[in-house]
Design a binder for this molecule. Structure first.
Ligand SMILES: *Cc1c(COP(=O)(O)O)cnc(C)c1O
Length: 232
């Protein structure tokens, strides 16, 4: 794909992020873009980097390891947004600046153990299964606070916030109540945390609903299709 295609798509996304932020009196610089590059070739990541993208999200460990090795010179940041198996945590801590998808204390402990081995403090988000569907990853709304508390006590893990992936709605407005519930959950959890361990990040919103997510407080939007085109 031509470089200018990615550039024009990125410009459109950046404009939309700015507009959504302005629509609710937020500073656009509070909203970080995670370009979801899963299933897209390294060349497209390089192209996106050339036009200004610095943070890329991947969903599959083996694919991420390959890209990380191939693109090591690029100096970009990698986020993990897929389902993480505990036995892959050792690879994840080597690659990712932020792991968005921690949904159990077992996984948090394994990340902690592997991060300790390489002398790293690993930033993580707790993934919430807002719809309560069995097919979706994430901890429940009810268990979220205790998972945050337990994970925050680990020495080599830092819990930065919450992440969610609502059901696919035909109308993006359908995601709004879920996004709002996650923001309210963050505020509630923060009431019981020390000042220096407050949750600051809300990872929510994808191509179909990121404008709504921004209006509901997202600090990280995870956008694939709108930047790289449809995945085959
Ligand atoms: C694939 C994926 C995205 C990006 O989805 P698009 O609709 O292509 O923007 C965001 N978040 C997660 C967790 C994903 O798996």
């Amino acid at each position: 794909m031509a470089n200018n295609t990615i550039k024009s798509r990125l410009d459109a996304v950046t404009d939309a992020i700015r507009e959504a932020a302005m629509s609710c009196d937020r500073d656009p610089s509070e909203i970080g873009l995670v370009a979801i590059s899963k299933k897209k070739p390294p060349e497209m990541i390089t192209q996106a980097h050339e036009v200004g993208v610095t943070v890329f999200g991947e969903n599959y460990i083996q694919e991420a390891r390959d890209k990380y090795d191939e693109l090591s010179e690029l100096g970009v940041f990698w986020h993990f947004t897929g389902k993480l198996q505990s036995n892959k945590a050792k690879y994840a801590v080597k690659i990712f600046e932020l792991i968005h998808s921690v949904d159990s204390i077992k996984l948090a402990r394994e990340i902690n153990k592997q991060a300790k081995k390489i002398d790293k403090i690993q930033d993580i988000l707790i993934q919430i299964n807002i719809s309560g569907e069995d097919t979706k990853s994430g901890t429940t709304l009810d268990e979220a606070a205790s998972l945050v508390e337990e994970a925050s006590a680990l020495t080599n893990v830092r819990v930065k916030g919450l992440m969610t992936l609502p059901s696919n709605f035909a109308d993006p407005e359908g995601s709004r109540p879920s996004f709002r519930a996650i923001r309210e959950l963050k505020d509630k959890i923060n009431q019981n945390l020390d000042k220096d361990s407050l949750l600051t990040e809300l990872s929510m919103g994808m191509t179909g609903d990121y404008k709504i997510a921004i209006q509901e407080g997202a600090t990280l939007v995870r956008i694939g299709t709108a930047i790289f085109g449809p995945r085959t």
